[in-house]
Design a protein around this ligand. Structure first.
Ligand code: ADP
Ligand code: ADP
Length: 224
């Protein structure tokens, strides 16, 4: 089943930078897809458009059949995004931060899902801690919990292992694999070929706003 369909996607930022120049891409349910490319290639722009944070200037994007612009709410319900930067309030507790995100999507703020999610991310014992009291690694875990709070079908991870220690990286991959086995589709961006190789079922190589290669991991690596 196709969960994301992107056709002829274009983005020209004000000022003239053409960040995307006609990208066609289809994502299948349950796959781990890596978008691989150097800094400035257009990775963040692409996922930001699919998540409805940045507006496109051409082409189309649909998520579970819902157009990202005309049916934004319905599309967005399916998506969780872990952005590169921290977007939490320093004075909020872990619990309130994640519960608030769940509440935004009309889900109960106090239920077994939330407890299970915090436990899976080893955040349960820290649930009363304020964000500013946490280490960088714990903050990243909260960002993941926030993204998963509304039980999305698709999880986007933007440069998930940039500046992350070995332990968190390992835990994150374990979580990603577990999510995949539960049927979640995972899309990550990276500029590390090893990361794409290690993690993904399928890789798309993006350079200067264009998807220059796309394929199963093994066949793609053989071309390079
Ligand atoms: P990547 O995630 O692969 O590093 P980005 O999508 O962040 O690439 O950037 C793609 C191109 O678009 C770069 O040339 C970048 O400078 C430009 N760009 C990104 N965001 C903006 C913005 N808000 N305004 C103008 N140009 C931008
Ligand atoms: P309210 O909806 O009244 O503003 P909260 O959003 O703070 O309350 O909490 C919603 C529910 O989550 C409450 O029923 C509360 O018992 C539960 N809850 C709040 N904080 C925690 C916590 N740290 N651990 C477990 N459950 C909590």
């Amino acid at each position: 089943m196709r969960v994301i369909e992107i056709a002829g996607l274009e983005k020209a930022y004000k000022g003239g930078t053409k960040a995307l120049k006609g990208v066609d891409l289809t994502i299948e349910k349950g796959e781990i897809f890596a978008l691989l490319g150097p800094n400035g290639a257009g990775k963040t722009t692409l996922i930001s458009i699919v998540c409805g944070i940045v507006t496109k200037t051409g082409g189309s994007v649909s998520v579970y059949g819902h157009d990202i612009e005309t049916a934004y709410r319905a599309a967005r319900d399916h998506i969780g995004l872990v952005p590169q930067e921290l977007t939490t309030d320093a004075f909020e507790t872990v619990w309130d931060t994640v519960a608030f995100s769940r509440g935004l999507f009309g889900k109960p703020r106090n239920d077994a899902y939330l407890e299970d999610l915090l436990k899976r991310l080893t955040l349960w014992d820290k649930r009363e801690a304020r964000m500013m009291e946490l280490s960088g690694g714990m903050k990243r875990r909260v960002m993941i919990a926030k993204a998963l709070a509304h039980e999305p079908d698709i999880l986007f991870l933007d440069e998930p292992t940039a500046g992350v220690d070995v332990e968190l990286r390992r835990d994150m991959w374990e979580l990603v694999r577990k999510l995949q086995s539960d049927g979640t589709t995972i899309i990550l961006t990276t500029h590390y070929i090893e990361e794409a190789e290690e993690m993904a079922d399928r890789v798309g190589v993006i350079r200067d706003g264009e998807l220059v290669a796309l394929g199963e991991k093994n066949e793609l690596m053989a071309q390079m």
